[in-house]
Design a protein around this ligand. Structure first.
Ligand code: C2E
Ligand code: CA
Ligand code: CA
Length: 398
């Protein structure tokens, strides 16, 4: 007899859990909701669900621990992983869950739309179906190349800025610029929903250069910001663009910004791309004076040799580890050893995703150089970020 379709949902947000429940019931599932991992584990044993939907990021619990516990009790359900932290986080969690013998049926980035969830429930209902990465259509398919280009040329894309502070004295030493899209009908859209699409369409460089100019102009416009640095995210695909170096350098000349104030953040995976082109471009950027930061460190698989060889000046501990460092011994080990590694290699160490005073204190104890996160300030538009920095009271954080 085929196993009954039973879905157990673990999400601290009851409204989201109920939305999922309704969609699943429509698809012939019996549904139960758990709001804590302990409750979920009890139900897994008692109720034997065929499917689990788990929110990876919840206050006071660590999705990775939850997965480990499930593996420990021999859970054989098909698992849907959900997170508002982007596909990369989901993929990392998926890897660790699969290594522990769990069956991951799909990944669901939040905010998700119901169509994506339904597709996933349909597919994952068939036991042996291959893994599906379900994304809301707005992430990969809904935006046409034309729509993106129109958006870029009509100024719908802009930057939010998030301060970074030096932990020793809590002074703002820089900002990270984060792309946003003010879509005429869909409202504010976050980068995880359009960067991969622009990349796929081969037009990300158009957006990158446009945003780069916007960031430099913002920096140039206020004399009081003359000491802070500006970090921009650059995708791996850009490292095949031969004119990247000249184009970025030329922008700095245009806005009279010393490239030494600009930090280019590359994700660990893109930076570790072995290709000679990437290495060549990284070296040329350094020679022009740009700083290079290795972003999301800990989520990829880089070797120490590669890391030591590449011309980086900064290392950023991935926010997933920082967020869970006080709850997970594993995360703490990664944060601590990344900071040590960075120091030994003479790199500036930055922790991102600092959400609380306790994490901040722990990072201070670990001698991490810089911090960024909601605890310090959320990303804000150019005006608000400028005002925030100008009226900064570092005492609050020391
Ligand atoms: P990232 O480079 O790791 O950027 C940090 C992300 O963490 C941002 O998400 C930021 O809003 C979020 N964040 C900051 N502090 C906290 C915190 O305390 N807690 C939590 N949970 N999150 C925090 P955002 O803006 O959605 O950006 C997502 C990713 O999109 C970025 O991750 C970056 O990889 C990419 N991205 C953003 N702007 C650009 C861009 O202009 N070009 C490219 N190629 N990628 C970009
Ligand atoms: Ca970044
Ligand atoms: Ca990052």
């Amino acid at each position: 007899m085929p196993r009954q379709r039973r879905l157990l949902i673990l999400d601290d947000d009851l409204a989201i859990a109920q939305t999922i429940a309704i969609a699943a019931e429509d698809h012939g599932f019996d549904v139960s909701i758990a709001t804590s991992p302990a409750e979920m584990c009890r139900n897994v044993k008692r109720w034997e669900p065929s499917h689990l939907a788990i929110d990876l990021i919840m206050p006071d619990m660590d999705g990775v621990e939850v997965l480990r516990t499930l593996a420990g009790i021999g859970c054989d359900a098909s698992i849907i992983l959900m997170s508002g932290m982007g596909v990369k986080v989901l993929e990392a969690a998926q890897r660790s869950a699969t290594e522990r013998g769990l069956h991951i049926a799909g990944l669901l980035p939040k905010p998700f739309n119901l169509a994506a969830l339904r597709t996933l429930l349909d597919v994952s209902g068939k036991e042996s179906e291959p893994l599906l990465v379900a994304q809301s259509p707005t992430i990969r398919s809904a935006f046409s190349t034309e729509e993106l280009l129109n958006g870029i040329h009509s100024g719908q894309f802009f930057l939010h800025y998030q301060p970074k502070i030096r932990i020793a004295d809590a002074e703002v030493i820089g900002v990270e610029a984060l792309a946003r899209w003010h879509h005429p009908t869909d409202g504010l859209i976050y980068p995880m929903h359009f960067i991969p699409r622009a990349e796929e369409a081969g037009i990300l460089h158009v957006l990158t250069y446009k945003l780069f100019d916007e960031g430099l102009e913002w920096l140039n416009r206020t004399a009081t910001l003359s000491t802070i640095s500006l970090a921009m995210n650059i995708s791996s695909t850009s490292f095949t663009e031969q004119d990247l170096v000249d184009r970025l350098y030329w922008s700095c000349l245009k806005f009279q910004i010393d490239p030494r104030r600009i930090i280019l953040e590359l994700t660990e995976t893109s930076a570790m791309n072995e290709s000679a082109v990437a290495y060549d471009i990284l070296t040329r950027l350094r020679i022009k004076g740009f700083s290079l930061s290795i972003d999301d460190f800990g989520t990829g698989y880089s070797s120490l040799t590669q890391l030591a060889r590449l011309p980086f000046s900064e290392i950023k501990v991935d926010r997933t580890f920082v967020i869970s460092m006080l709850k997970s011994a594993e995360a703490m080990t990664i944060v601590e050893s990344t900071i040590q590694l960075g120091k030994r290699l003479g790199l500036t160490t930055v922790a991102e995703g600092v959400e609380g005073a306790d994490e901040m204190q722990m990072l201070r104890n670990l001698h991490c150089d810089e911090a960024q996160g909601y605890y310090i300030a959320r990303p804000a538009d150019g005006e608000a970020a400028r005002a925030l920095i100008q009226n900064w009271e570092s005492q609050r954080f020391v």
